[in-house]
Design a protein around this ligand. Sequence first.
Ligand code: UFG
Length: 378
Amino acid sequence: MLRIWIPDLARNDEGKKEIPGQVRKDEMTKDISDQIKNDRDAQFYFGGILMKSILVTGGAGYIGSHVIRLLRKNGFHPVVYDNLSGGFKDFVSSFDFIEGDIGDFDKVMFVLKKYDIQCVMNFASFIAVGESVQNPLKYYENNVAKTLTLFKAMLQSNIKQFIFSSSAAVYGNPAVVPILEESPMKPESPYGKTKYSIEEVLKDLTVSDSFHAMSLRYFNAAGADESGQIGESHVPETHLIPLVIRAVLDDSYTVTIYGTDYDTPDGTCIRDYIHVNDLGEAHILALKKLIETNQSDVFNLGNGKGFSVKEVIESVRRVTGRDFKIQEGERRKGDPAILVASSNKVKLQLQWQPHYTHIDSIVATAWKWESQQKRKGY
Ligand code: UFG
């Protein structure tokens, strides 16, 4: 069996003699992927320690594809499992990738065993609040029923560590902002209810089966990796920042503001936008903590600062230097007026620090991604 040794870049000890077959920092990805191709059972060592294999379901999607790169950078061995309903094969071309559905019990069982998985991160979920109101069964089927199948396979394989992509949508229309983790969970959209349901299941599994999970409640993930290789690509796209940028790039497209009569200073909804790599870094910290302590916990992942729809539109104007067409429309069903995180807990307990704290810096990375590629669809 091939043993691959990777220098511990985090500890900056690339020169350590005990690590044979070192690869240079800038060549690491290609080198590893070439070796993987020749030996699918390869074991990965990081700073002399056997790397843990993490199953990343939905790893070919927007957030998952950013997280797998961070996992690799941090010495883990990500294995991507994705049915490609919302993900892209070219986002995972240098990774171990298995095409499959989380509802396919036998296939999940096979993958968990083959790769000696230690922990599962689940990004294989539908995420559009508006669509969930129109088509709730689609959301309950994938985000709940199939996720339960994934848990069943994990338990049967004796894998009991899980990182869950939860959502700010579990809070519904919060009475107090910024929102603390202890705030009441009153999800309003079917999407939010699916995330709430799984959080409840996880609590029960902690008691019944010594299952341990980190539930990470995402606020609005946005932006793209600086490499320009991966970015937000939902089909169809429903998210604000990519759609405003679409209006910049496409004269025939008019972006609609969904509601201008909310109880906010400018009448439009306020959201807490968090850069996708900052979000990803929090996953790495949560994973390390879970492995170290085997304790379940819940964290909000947001910047702690809100921007209205109109402020996001202004930011896109500033960053791109261009004007575009906008129109005011009706409210979108299921949208709460304000969602802003208290991010104190993740900062204090996981020592997480966001690098992208202003909306312009997040929009700039989204603009770089959107403007340099032919979109796959909106
Ligand atoms: N919006 C518009 N016009 C558009 C698109 C969106 O005005 O064309 C508005 C929405 O009404 C909302 C805000 O922009 O007020 C942000 O909407 P997004 O669709 O970009 O994101 P959401 O807040 O609806 O949802 C996102 C994720 C969810 C997650 C939530 C947490 O998609 O999975 O953030 O805050 F739960």
